[in-house]
Ligand binder design. Sequence first.
Ligand SMILES: [Zn+2]
Length: 189
Amino acid sequence: MKLKIIEYPNPLLKQKCAPVERVTTETRTLIDNMFETMYAANGVGLAAPQVGIKQRVLIIDVGQIVDGESRPHPIALVNPTFQSQEGKITWEEGCLSLPDLIVPVERSEKVVVNALDPDGKEIKILGEQLLAVALQHEIDHLDGIILVDRLSRLKRDMYRKKLEKHEPIEEHIEDPKQVPAGLRKPYIG
Ligand SMILES: [Zn+2]
């Protein structure tokens, strides 16, 4: 079932989510519905608070290359926590809850995340580059942190006004050398 993606400035996006106490069939249904919602919106990540659920659940599909072809690679995590974060990378990010906003964000380049999978089993995910960006963007959502929090007050006000007028705003990285080659597509989650 496709769910409604809530958008800024809905206050639900600003709340810190509670850990899931037990992974159940209900959790798995939520995850299935989130995948359907994310794929329909052409996103590559989605966190439960974006569909109005205050639980530490996220999904990501940044794809993977198998035999030179791009294939789906769905990842669903419950109660994710960082075990380690290293390096720095800047990526242009967008958010399904923030229409028409693309903003460069500096993140860790490599992360290790511990979580439960949809069966409630403990798993460890190593994310580099785009997957690392995705994990950090979605875990931010679980803590009530969204991309507008990374804008200056002036730019945030501009964004709000543009939203009211339905005008897109884009920010570009001033120094393109900060972004590794071949990775120019914004991350949208
Ligand atoms: Zn987002």
